[in-house]
Design a protein around this ligand. Structure first.
Ligand code: ZN
Length: 369
């Protein structure tokens, strides 16, 4: 039923439409037109997210199918190249299979449903989001009240087809500003408070990198200083921490703040700290109805379900937090966010078959909320 050639054509077309985060208008309009040609009345919200309510013909609860329209970074003019059954970029840019593979698969599934009116399926809420790579911006703005779905599937992971992301981390972002005191570095250094030194001691003292199996932390940006002959009076530091266990995340964020506080105190510097929860994590038991439904669809096609605990967030974090039980599945996207990004055509095809089977099985399954 899935038309491999048509699926690949859709994917290649989408890859060629520039859509770095913040610039999704063109791909949004393209997808709206395409959905209209399929007989679906799509709606674009103020942020640029696209929602289509596709009617069902079975008694099952409505399903949300989601992929994001933006691509990471600023790459434009992406030109896909097919080599031995694998699609790459030309090597200077990302490919954008993250997440155009998800978009192409959902479009292909809708085409199958249009061509086969008797194929059983529940109502589908098709949701294409903006700004995922910039911190799940589009998903946060979705009017959840407009969704009929009681369960969701996000097509936005790598790994062998059959991979189901059952858990994802919580993430905190931090911003530290160390206010020291400027002075002439050669004439009267003792009058200064070196903000770079304070930040360096704080960073050296804090736990970073892989903290444990489900917790990570990183200092990613540091800015400060003007010249070698001035004791620097200000340093700004951006960092993050993630954990699939909320208590561990809270402890990690506290440890990072404590390290800055202690270093600032030692040197008499003033410290300004901002931190916020970027998103909340989630976890679904492998024997939950949601995960079982997705896993059984994989098994029915001879695929092996793989339960993955992710190290990063996706739009699914927002949907789960807002009461829509959602898992993320693999589309075959590989080496994402790098010029080596690629996707095997067979994976793209198998992922589309899997989604179609998920939809078919959804026609007869209710999902207890
Ligand atoms: Zn993605």
């Amino acid at each position: 039923m899935i038309d491999k050639t048509r699926l690949v054509d859709t994917f290649l077309t989408l890859v060629r439409i520039d859509s770095p985060s913040g610039h999704e208008e063109r791909i949004g309009r393209y997808l709206l037109d395409l959905l209209r040609d399929l007989g679906a009345d799509g709606h674009m919200d103020d942020l640029g997210n696209i929602l289509v309510q596709w009617p069902g013909n079975g008694p099952g609860d409505a399903i949300m199918l989601n992929a994001h329209m933006d691509t990471v970074g600023t790459d434009r003019g992406i030109e896909p190249v097919v080599r031995e059954g694998v699609i790459y970029s030309r090597g200077e840019t990302i490919l954008g299979a993250d997440d155009k593979a998800g978009l192409a698969i959902i479009i292909e599934v809708l085409r199958v449903l249009r061509d086969h009116p008797d194929f059983p399926h529940p109502p589908l809420d098709i949701l294409f989001t903006v700004g995922e790579e910039r911190g799940l911006i589009g998903a946060r703005g979705v009017d959840m009240g407009a969704l009929r779905a009681r369960r969701g599937v996000v097509l936005d992971s790598g790994g062998p087809i059959g991979t189901i992301v059952v858990a994802a981390p919580y993430q905190d972002r931090h911003h530290f500003t160390v206010h020291g005191r400027a002075s002439h570095a050669g004439v009267e250094p003792e009058k200064g408070i070196n903000a770079i030194r304070v930040a360096a001691e704080a960073i050296a003292a804090m736990p970073l990198g892989r903290i444990d199996e489900e917790t990570t932390a990183n200092v990613g940006v540091i800015r400060g200083g003007v010249a070698t002959n001035i004791v620097p009076d200000r340093v700004d530091v951006d960092s993050e921490a993630r954990s699939r266990a909320e208590a561990k995340l809270i402890a990690q964020t506290e440890a990072m703040i404590r390290a800055f506080r202690e270093a600032a105190q030692r040197h008499g510097a003033r410290l300004h700290v901002e931190h916020r929860r970027l998103y909340n994590g989630y976890r679904h038991a492998p024997d939950s109805p949601l995960v079982r439904w997705i896993a059984e669809a994989a098994r029915a096609l001879g695929l092996t379900p793989i339960y993955k605990e992710a190290g990063g967030g996706t739009d699914a974090n927002v949907f789960n937090e807002r009461g829509l039980p959602t898992v993320v599945i693999s589309t075959g996207q590989t080496a994402v966010h790098t010029p080596e990004e690629h996707i095997a055509i067979q994976d793209l095809y198998d992922a589309a078959r899997w989604v179609l089977e998920i939809v078919r099985r959804g026609a007869t399954t209710q999902h207890p909320k």
